[in-house]
Design a protein around this ligand. Structure first.
Ligand code: FE2
Ligand code: FE2
Length: 148
């Protein structure tokens, strides 16, 4: 059993950790919603480009905006992921270090994919990014309307 002093500080820190986890997950939901809007914009513009209705420039600008938002999101998740996972009940889950490592590799691969040379490559990475966001929402049990 830990010394009494440690038990007291642990009791005080648990509500704070839960509050921090709630705020972090709300911010995660907001960022996911913003990314989904940028993804949808890229998909619309890719359709327009493939149909010959627009030049490439608007799509290039939209992908640049998505890349920028994704970079900021990656930095946020790199700070957030380990403490959130450590504060969660995760029966049967992989070790936290392994999950964080795998997640970092996934983000690096998606970031490389966000430098596409064809609309087909872009569509592939957008699909992967959507699946990644959906998986995170499910994992962290983020409701559909959490960002509103
Ligand atoms: Fe992620
Ligand atoms: Fe995410």
């Amino acid at each position: 059993m830990p010394p009494a002093r440690n038990r007291g500080s642990r009791r005080r820190s648990e509500p704070a950790a839960r509050a921090g986890r709630g705020a972090a997950l709300r911010e995660l939901a907001v960022q996911h919603a913003a990314l989904r809007e940028l993804i949808a914009r890229c998909q619309e513009l890719a359709d327009e480009l493939d149909a010959g209705r627009i030049e490439a420039a608007p799509l290039v600008d939209a992908v640049t905006a998505l890349r920028s938002a994704f970079d900021a999101h990656s930095q946020f998740e790199e700070r957030l992921l380990r403490p959130v996972l450590l504060s969660a009940d995760r029966p049967g889950a992989l070790p936290v270090g392994r999950m964080v490592h795998d997640h970092t590799l996934d983000h690096r691969a998606m970031r490389r994919g966000l430098e596409p040379t064809t609309s087909s490559q872009l569509r592939d990475v957008l699909d992967i990014l959507c699946a990644h966001l959906d998986a995170e929402d499910r994992y962290f049990a983020i409701p559909d309307d959490a960002a509103r």
